[in-house]
Design a protein around this ligand. Sequence first.
Ligand code: 5AD
Ligand code: SF4
Length: 440
Amino acid sequence: MSAPKKLFIKTYGCQMNVYDSERMAEALGGQGYVETKSADDADMILLNTCHIREKAAEKVYSELGRFKGLKAEKPDLKIGVAGCVAQAEGEEIMRRQPLVDLVVGPQSYHRLPEMESKAREGQKVLDTDFPEEDKFEKLKNRPKAKRGPTAFLTVQEGCDKFCAFCVVPYTRGAEVSRPVARIIGEAQELVERGVREITLLGQNVNAYHGEGPNGADWTLAQLIWELDKIDGLERIRFTTSHPNDMMDDLIEAHGSCKKLMPYLHLPVQAGSDRILKRMNRSHTAESYIRLIERIRAARPDILISGDFIVGFPEETEEDFQATLDLIEEVKYGTAYSFKYSTRPGTPAAERAQVEAAVADERLQRLQALLSRQQREVQDSMVGREVGVLFEKAGRLPGQMVGKSDYLHAVHVADCDRAIGDLARVRIVSSGPNSLAGELI
Ligand code: 5AD
Ligand code: SF4
């Protein structure tokens, strides 16, 4: 038998790319590949790319440039680009960077083994179709190795919302939900392999409407209740949600489903109704705040997380102030904030842009407020009892590190628990990026 070929995958961007990279590694496992952590000894390098902001896309080209020497040394090395940059700029990548042998869009991963064989024969291969078949079903054939206690599981992909700044509807395509039975099957298998916490993924995960066992479409809440029945699965999370798809049954599940964790990522993007309208967000600041109130009525301790864009075209100081006001009102436990980045082909790209220095300054003010809130929420955990799922050993002897129900990293000293154990922990102090706790 020949030695296994080595595969190096570098993943950029969102959690869905992390999930996709795992699936690609498994698919290429069938071609005799094993994963390596170093590009230097790889027989194949795959960059799983992100196109959401300009910087993310530019990184790909600079990274590819760095492989030039490696490819000169190892002519048999194959280099592939996957993910959303591949989808959006496939042909341009091939033109701009002759090192690239293979370009595969996010909807074509199940064709990777075939593409790899063609690349081995010296062909340049590009596949950025949106085929009808379920790629995850085709990717099922994979080794069932033991794995860590947390996993992602894609349940919905694509987006029909067309926010004026966003490339996702173009790169990931229209909204598609996977059938309930397939998701439950995959979740059961993950649990058999040691997983205790599953994060359901979708660009618009709360718009989930997959085919249920009875043939009718199920909501995300129905899917969560079905997952709730799986013995050994202890925690359920989901991301990312849109305010307009936050249905009553999902809010209610946050109040009554014990396995559903008290954490919700619910991006608002901006606090000015004028800007929200220009963003094509179809909700207002007021409707968002009322929604948060309803969610907190169902689950008072829920930690709210968000995404913000500053410097969206035509944003005035007054508009920006409205975003700060909304943040003050909601009080976020964590948040991700970005300076608007022009994406060619999206409606907002055509509009009057905010000066870079102004946007930079606003981003700093916004981030200062968000980190203050994040700190306050984290500090408020001190003295409380939380669940912690241990994920790894800490740096100090006897120390274990895990995530709380609220997704805070928690360090526990003198901890006799194993990776994958779930324990009750009392939080004793709050540091810059994590909490410290003791077993109860
Ligand atoms: N510029 C800046 N941020 C963006 N996002 C999406 N598109 C852009 C863009 N063109 C942000 C949004 C989204 C998150 C994933 O990325 O806040 O929720
Ligand atoms: Fe992009 Fe999210 Fe808006 Fe869809 S809902 S267009 S993924 S920002």
